[in-house]
Design a protein around this ligand. Sequence first.
Ligand SMILES: *Cc1c(COP(=O)(O)O)cnc(C)c1O
Length: 378
Amino acid sequence: MTKFGTAIFTEMTLLAQEHEAINLGQGAPDTEGPAVIHEAAIEAIRRGKNQYAPDRGTLVLREAIAQHQRHHYGIELDPETQIQASAGATEALCASIMSLCEPGDEVIVLEPYFDVYPAIIELAQGKLVPLRLNAPDYEVDEAKLCAAVTERTKLILVNTPHNPTGHLMTRDELEAIARVAIEYDLTVITDEVYEHLTFDGREHTPIASLPGMFERTLTISSSGKTFSTTGWKIGWFSGPEHLVEAAGLVKQYLTFSNGHPFQYGIARGLTLPDAEFHAIRDRLRQQRDLLVPSLERAGFGIMAADAGYFVSVDVAPLGYTDSYEFCRELPAKAGVAAIPMIPFYTDASGAESLVRFAFCKRPEVMIEAGKRLEKAFG
Ligand SMILES: *Cc1c(COP(=O)(O)O)cnc(C)c1O
């Protein structure tokens, strides 16, 4: 594992602190989610929910997840056998990849990718096969996906809304992945932690809701990004019993269970009325719309941010060819920190000048960051 070294987020956060820069590197929100969620967790602590949660997660949470999937997507789940709580989406990814990927198996991963994926595939002794999504639209190419499949392919790891690009997959793209998964009899693991954070009238579609996909899909999500509770680490996975049971077996020996009182808080959150979810995503869209025009005026090449916490930009128009170099200079030069996207590629050729900015910060912080960037580059 030594080759994974220090995560890029740690390096850029240290630089941000050193220069007292606004940290738009890490995707950690600086606003609070709905207070009723906090109250439900506090109440659970007062009611003595302070010992180990059941290994599958408290039934109240699993029932809330079932209700959430039915209400938002029309997916029916049995809370007893088809849902498992986890220590964030990270543990769900660990448990699912470790249980479904045997040494030497190939896992097709959309590239650029969330940095946790290659590390987990390494732990499982699998082989990551990147499927490049190209700027500016980052769409999945069905022919390239087919070409990436070999005898050893076991899994396709989907992530939509996508980190780090901000791309939301269209139904056409999801149908293309579904066709390939069905044709080659592959299992799909899908990371949907930004499911509620979609903008401009777009809606997230879970790949598990497509015809023929439920039986071969393990769906992962988490409360952290939706409810600004990244520190609680309450996540979950769901799907057909055989996949949930397999991943649950590994999960049992990772943490067994976690965050018992927080599970009650998130159960409350998942059953909130639609208006609350809309308010959350509208606030985030406003924050995006405070940052992106400034980036444009400063001269960055802008890609669409359809969903999630991030906008990806090209620094080539500013005269930089290397996003590492750009991001190492940025805190001193502009008083803002961002993340180079190079580490999110197996081979970043042709993508060396892409940078990711997070917009999950308060409006005044977005405005100030925008001003600083325009001053430094505009
Ligand atoms: C933040 C993030 C995660 C991790 O979620 P946790 O619930 O904090 O473990 C997983 N996948 C993606 C794409 C993320 O951005």
